[in-house]
Each structure stands twice: as C-alpha cells, then as structure tokens.
Write a protein that binds this ligand. Structure first.
Ligand SMILES: [Ca+2]
Ligand SMILES: [Ca+2]
Ligand SMILES: [Ca+2]
Ligand SMILES: [Ca+2]
Length: 267
C-alpha cells in the first residue's frame, strides 16, 4: 500500500499550510535494529548512498513514520504522539491534521478531513462563489470547520429545535447522509435555537442528534450567524438548505434541495 503523507510548515497552528511529501512506502523495518543499542552515528560503511543513512528506514517509536520522515515533518522520532492529542504522528498525517498541534486532530465524530482544507480561498457566499470557513461547536463539544470537508458535497440544513417541520426533515436528512456518505456527501445541521429560542448548548445538540438518529455533525449556529450568509432576504423560514460543492463552492442557498440535485453534485 502506498500512502501519501503531507509535510508541515514550520509554524504549528490550525491554519498551517501543508505541502506534499514524497509518497510514503509501507515496508518492513530492520527487525534487528534496537534504538537502545545502535549508535546512530556509526553508519554502515557499506552504504554509500548519500541520501540514505543506516537509520533512514528505522522507526524508533513505532508510529509508522521512519526517523528520517519524522525529521522532514518535524515530529519527535522518539514519541509516537508528538503533540499528545491522542492521535499518532502518522495517523494525523494520513488524516490531514497537524501532528505538532494538539488543538488540531481528527474529529471525535469520525468525519474525514480533506487535504484541501488549507487551500480554499473564499470569494463570497453567492451561488458560484467560494464560501468562507466557519468554526462552530458540534454535538461532541469540538469545533467544526466547514473547509475541513472541502473535498465533499456538503448540505447545510438550517433548523431550530422548536420547529415542527425541522423535526420532520431531520430524520430524512439523517437517512440521506447515510445513503450517500460513502460517495463524498455530508450533511451539517445548523441548529440556530433550542426549544426555548436560546442558543443551543452542547447537550441540546446531542439531544437533537439522539432524537433523530443523526450521525452527521450538528452544530450551534448562534444568532444564525452562518445561516444569515446564505439568506436571500431578511425574512426566512426554516428548515432551509444551502448546498456547498467540492472546493467550498456555493451551489444553492436558502432553498429546498432534493435528492436528485444531491446525486448530481456528488464528487
Ligand atoms: Ca517514528
Ligand atoms: Ca513520532
Ligand atoms: Ca498527535
Ligand atoms: Ca495534532
């Protein structure tokens, strides 16, 4: 299996741009190597290849990256989880998160993050434009970024907990997500208000997800800050939908999106 990994720039933060590293080969490491007894400076004299040292293929901490690769990426070759966020260095590279930033890691909800996340240049929120990122709290209490899903077709569903028609739509969208998930489709529910008209708490978000069997992200859209981007007039009715295509392009906004339209815009 060939795996493409990404190298990190020197600044470790969520917005750190990623550059491509050469493809990473899976392969057996030297089983006789023991980092406790092997002197890294005593390279084999038989090895005359200038770019490969005797330690080049060694994975001292067993995280799946060789010491040489870790040097290139800037992670600790003696620590399988350099930033202590619970995700291994190689796993983070494979899942397009920063192994040197503990605040950046795969989602607890399991939604895959796309490599294009750092390459999106927003142009506006009208149909045909590239929409801006958002950062909203999901039902697991994590901060969800729209641009993390830039390789997918994303349906944003604006709802409120007190809204009867929103409850009817919730189960249908949960089913639609499961049907097309494997083809690069994601639903994100933007919950603007709880049943009392207040800002949804994390507990509210979990309640909404549990009530309708929702596996996709449910986020709190405080004061409709994200929904407002896509409205076509000052007054709006919920539920309403906004369809975001690959590369964060706005395909439709403040409307009802049917299954045929979703199928036609899958990646
Ligand atoms: Ca390693
Ligand atoms: Ca490591
Ligand atoms: Ca980590
Ligand atoms: Ca990390």
């Amino acid at each position: 299996m060939r795996l493409v990994i990404a190298a990190l720039a020197l600044i470790a933060c969520h917005d750190t741009p990623l550059a491509n590293l050469p493809p990473l080969e899976d392969g057996p490491t030297d089983p006789s190597y023991d980092p406790r007894t092997t002197d890294a400076t005593s390279a084999s004299t038989a090895d005359t290849t200038p770019t490969t040292s005797s330690t080049g293929d060694v994975d001292s901490d067993g995280d799946g990256l060789t010491d040489a690769q870790e040097a290139q990426v800037g992670t600790d070759p003696l620590d399988p989880d350099t930033d202590d966020d619970g995700f291994g260095d190689r796993d983070e590279l494979e899942q397009h998160t920063n192994p040197r930033d503990g605040g950046d890691h795969p989602y607890e909800g399991g939604w895959p993050i796309d490599a294009c996340r750092h390459d999106i240049q927003p142009t506006g929120n009208a149909v045909g434009q590239i929409t801006a990122d958002f950062a909203l709290t999901d039902q697991h209490g994590e901060t969800l970024h729209l641009h993390d899903f830039c390789g997918k077709e994303v349906l944003l569903l604006s709802s409120a907990m007190w809204c009867g028609p929103c409850q009817d739509e919730a189960s249908d969208m949960a089913d639609l997500y499961r049907e097309y998930e494997d083809q690069g489709f994601l639903v994100i529910t933007l919950l603007g208000e709880n049943e009392f008209g207040g800002v949804p708490t994390q507990r509210n978000l979990q309640q909404w997800a549990d009530a309708f069997g929702i596996d996709h992200p449910v986020v709190a859209d405080r004061n409709w800050q994200v929904t407002s981007r896509y409205l076509r007039s000052a007054s709006f009715s919920i539920p309403t939908m906004h369809l975001i295509g690959v590369g964060a392009e706005v395909l439709a906004r403040d409307t009802w999106v049917g299954e045929a339209q979703i199928r036609n815009n899958l990646p």
